[in-house]
Write a protein that binds this ligand. Structure first.
Ligand code: URA
Length: 230
């Protein structure tokens, strides 16, 4: 991305450039004795992942299959420590088959970068995998139809943290009607995985005063991962 645009997004987030740090997450080498086992389970894990991708691509479980251009499975590192879950694909995502590729996606990428991570290091997906017409909120039956795919993704990725991006993602994952303002600022759990709620970047682009709270939430998430590693 153009550097000037990147700096504008950071400025909009209230993030000083000097805050940025390049944190490389070191991969621990597999112990030699368990190498064969690990290779075998990796093969079956990747078979399962591909089967899931195919199931999503061919899904006709709800009416959105008749209006979508493409399904949006998600993108990034399938062994990621960080799993970011948004609401639903919008127009650009529906056209490209990738999550968060519009303006909100540019800001989300900057939020990830501000945490010292690269977009390729995390995994990004949505509560539902098809675009609702005119970007309306997903219907209950659509969320229910897609839930199995999302749960499988969580199970396979086994992230250290889930970032619930925006109200719909937060309310769906935490099974609550509470407003986002009450859900942010604390660590929730989904089974044993910590969940931190952040404002949706599309909302932040419209509501700059909330940017500092968003940065606080990202810091809470970073702290939570750090503590899980200590
Ligand atoms: N908004 C979302 O919640 N998800 C996307 O993939 C794009 C925009």
């Amino acid at each position: 991305m153009d550097e000037a645009l990147r700096l504008r997004y950071l400025d909009a987030m209230g993030i000083d450039v000097w805050v940025l740090r390049a944190l490389a997450y070191a991969q621990l080498p597999a112990a030699e004795a368990s190498f064969a086992d690990a290779a075998e389970s990796e093969t079956s894990a990747s078979d399962g992942w591909e089967a899931l991708q195919t199931a999503v691509a061919n899904c006709t479980k709800c009416g959105l299959c008749t209006t979508r251009t493409r399904t949006v499975f998600g993108s990034g590192n399938k062994n990621a420590d960080w799993l970011l879950i948004g609401e639903a694909p919008g127009q650009h995502e529906d056209e490209q088959g990738m999550p968060f590729v519009g303006n909100a996606g540019l800001l989300l990428t900057e939020m990830i970068r501000a945490m010292g991570l690269a977009r390729e290091e995390v995994f990004i997906t949505n509560i539902i995998k098809c675009r609702p017409p005119s970007n309306r909120d997903p219907h209950v039956d659509e969320v229910a139809s897609c839930n199995e795919y999302l749960q499988q993704q969580i199970k396979m990725i086994q992230p250290k943290i889930i970032l619930a991006v925006g109200r719909i993602a937060a309310q769906t994952l935490l099974n609550t009607d509470a407003p986002l303002g009450r859900l942010r600022g604390e660590v929730h759990h989904l089974n044993n995985t910590p969940v931190v709620v952040v404002y949706h970047p599309a909302y932040l682009l419209r509501s700059l005063p909330e940017k500092r709270k968003a940065w606080q939430d990202l810091q809470l998430a970073m702290q939570t991962v750090k503590e899980s590693e200590d």
